[in-house]
Design a protein around this ligand. Structure first.
Ligand code: 4LM
Length: 397
């Protein structure tokens, strides 16, 4: 089915990129479990490897089931094209290996998901790429980091794990005024296109961990990058094909397509549950601070109202007793699962300093704004009363 932006988001989440009439009436797409494609003649296959001729060639480059997901993601993010990958890190690394060369500089926000930070700090740096950190909530500090060597500006919003928020439109316009050739990349994992569409706000590329809300059921690892057709093709034919080989399985693609059908519904419930949990936590005597843009007291509330369609399902908090109180609470939970990852049906809780962000050293965590006592919650889809009751019993004296 052709992309039709006149249809509403929830409809496109179910239909975009797939027409059952082209597939024997099968309501769900076929899973093409094939590594290679047979040609009728040498001429038919020629040029497919290099992308000069349309059509599949080998599944490290493309696959018909994967193509359906890519069309759907491009549609929902309002980009020209998308590339699905084996993981979020697969999408991020394939993208950056494609865009960068030794001597280039990447300007990044000071707080990133742990493995993204590690890839920048321990991966890209090793190959002569300069990584420059700035606080992107301070626009003059960000602008001061731009130089003739800057090729990529990269950030998450809301930021994993501390829920700072970055103004996508303001950063994109500052960067483009400095140089239209610099690529602005936004990690949209926390929001999904249901809540935020960075390409419509001036960003060039969006990356995702599809492991999270897009898949939505905690049963797969996957990623994606969305943007203009030319850049996505470069990432496919170099970053993915030659550099990472981080190819998604057609079976995983099927599960993500299934997950995306309910994405708008699920996001509504994630947001509702997170809002009520954050409001309870803000009033709780054991809690020192709650970081959630849906709270009127949150410094990013106004930006969230402008930039996001709802406030998301992620919360961060500090307990009054700091690290020790956090450990006590995490160890006393009964229903909420102590686990990394996010966006699942189950409410998940974790301690970034020892889990998702433990790749940062203690000094790096201090410098990059990740406190030792911070606790992160991914609001699930359960009845919120049960989750709130579990949090309350775990924080009781
Ligand atoms: C976590 N996150 O936070 P894969 N971008 C963002 C992420 O949160 C993640 C990735 C990329 C967590 C995983 C353990 C904003 C991952 C990387 O895990 O490679 O699909 O995505 O708990």
């Amino acid at each position: 089915m052709a992309t039709d932006n006149k249809l509403s988001f929830a409809t496109r989440a179910i239909h975009a990129g797939y027409n059952s009439a082209d597939n024997e009436g099968s309501l769900n797409p076929p899973i093409y479990m094939t590594s290679t494609y047979a040609f009728e003649s040498v001429e038919q296959g020629a040029g497919r490897f290099s992308g000069e001729q349309q059509g599949h060639f080998y599944s490290r480059i493309s696959n018909p089931t994967q193509a359906i997901l890519e069309t759907r993601l491009a549609d929902l993010e309002e980009g020209e094209a998308a590339l699905a990958t084996a993981s979020g890190m697969g999408a991020i690394t394939a993208t950056l290996w494609t865009l960068l060369a030794p001597g280039d500089q990447v300007l990044v926000d000071k707080t990133l998901y742990g493995c993204t930070f590690s890839f920048m700090e321990h991966g890209l740096k090793k190959f002569g790429i300069e990584i420059c950190y700035a606080d992107f909530t301070d626009h003059s500090e960000m602008a001061a980091g731009l130089s003739d060597k800057t090729k990529v500006v990269y950030f998450e919003t809301p930021v994993n794990p501390n829920m700072r928020m970055i103004d996508i439109a303001a950063i994109s316009s500052l960067v483009k005024a400095y140089s239209p050739n610099i690529k602005v990349i936004v990690d949209n994992t926390y929001c999904t296109p249901v809540l935020q569409r960075p390409l419509t706000l001036g960003a060039d590329l969006v990356v995702h961990s599809a492991t999270k809300y897009l898949g939505g059921h905690g049963d797969l690892i996957a990623g994606a990058v969305v943007g203009d057709a030319e850049t996505i093709q470069q990432i496919r034919l170099f970053g993915l094909k030659d550099m990472t080989g981080a190819v998604i399985s057609p079976m995983t693609v099927f599960l993500i397509l299934r997950g995306i059908k309910t994405l708008p519904l699920r996001m509504e419930r994630h947001c509702h549950n997170a809002q009520l949990m954050a409001e309870m936590l803000e009033q709780h005597p054991a809690v020192d601070h709650v970081f959630f843009p849906g709270l009127k007291s949150d410094p990013w509330h106004d930006l969230a109202c402008r930039q996001m369609d709802d406030f998301g399902g992620m919360i961060a908090l500090e307990l009054k007793g700091g690290y020790e109180a956090g450990v006590r609470m995490l160890n006393r939970l009964k229903l909420i699962k102590l686990a990394v990852s996010l966006g699942d049906a189950e409410t998940l809780i974790q301690h970034p300093a020892s889990m998702t962000h433990s790749v940062y050293t203690l000094e790096e965590r201090e410098r990059h704004g990740i406190s030792e006592g911070l606790v992160r919650i991914s609001a699930g889809l359960e009845a919120v009363v049960d989750i709130i009751a579990d949090l309350e019993q775990a924080m009781a004296d």
